[in-house]
Design a protein around this ligand. Sequence first.
Ligand code: SAM
Ligand code: SF4
Length: 323
Amino acid sequence: MLQDTFGRTIDYIRVSVTKQCNFRCQYCMPNTPFDAFDKDEYIPLDNVLEFLKVGIDQGIKKIRITGGEPLLRKDLPEFIAKLREYSKDVQLVLTTNGFLLQKSAEILRKAGLDRINISLDSLKREKIMQISKKDGLNNVLLGIEEALRHGFGIKINSVILKGVNDDEILDLMEYAKNKNISIRFIEYMENIHASDAILGVREKDILEKIATKFKFKILDEQIIGPAKLYQCDDGYIFGIIAPHNDDFCQTCNRIRLTAEGVICPCLYYQDSVDAKPALMSKDPKEIKKVLEQAVFNKPEKNQWDESMPKDKISARAFYHTGG
Ligand code: SAM
Ligand code: SF4
């Protein structure tokens, strides 16, 4: 079992398999050139597999595959199948922008993937183009349908931006509700890579908007994780991820592995462990050592402080850590 110095059990790893992306979301990497990343820097997925096997042996119960855009990796289904072969119990989940999901949903299901979180910030074609610089709405919606058809549990993630998609909170909720998909509204988290032009919308304003149409209450029993959950009168559950208000640190159960083989014990703390040599060696003893080191280094609290000047607030890119 992996336990940190504050008594928290670490049983969840988020693995970024690439920094590359086919979108250029304004809150993530608005201006990064498409050829900015060198593929050779990435740890081969076979090595990541050996790392995760050790993690599973040490008590990891959930693995989230993220990026960049993970569906850009052609070897992803094979990687998932090998993970599933190693453990039938580990939860395998994916976070994707959904653009390539229509053609990969079936093979991902067959490989043994359990659930998918899909980012969808708008139901308007022009708004998706404005936010992500890609004419992607149709593909994403088709991807959602295909994933549902193949029996995936799905969640939708929507980052709400002032003056951009804050008029669509109810529409996004209706869309998800009609399909019985849970939606998580995410507060925009300030970071130096995001566009200067954007402003987020806070939890209070998101809830006020939802209250104009739906009656809901906060759920007494919260699932461990960053989302605060609310239940509508008809039983539908939605969530809000509000880092500006909430402190998730006490129950944090996760670490992150970047595509270059760096373990980040905390999203908002600059400390990290270079696990690349251990990953490249595929030596279980070396891998166990770096895993334990990262868990040992996990800080009690993050250093998130939105009142800091923008250039100091967070240098960690979401496309690097996987969000
Ligand atoms: N490309 C995939 C996607 O967009 O779902 C996976 C990687 S993306 C970095 C993971 C999540 O981080 C997405 O749901 C995205 O909306 C969220 N995200 C990225 N930048 C963010 C920011 N500045 N504030 C809040 N959420 C952010
Ligand atoms: Fe790509 Fe996801 Fe970042 Fe958007 S949020 S640019 S889809 S990695």
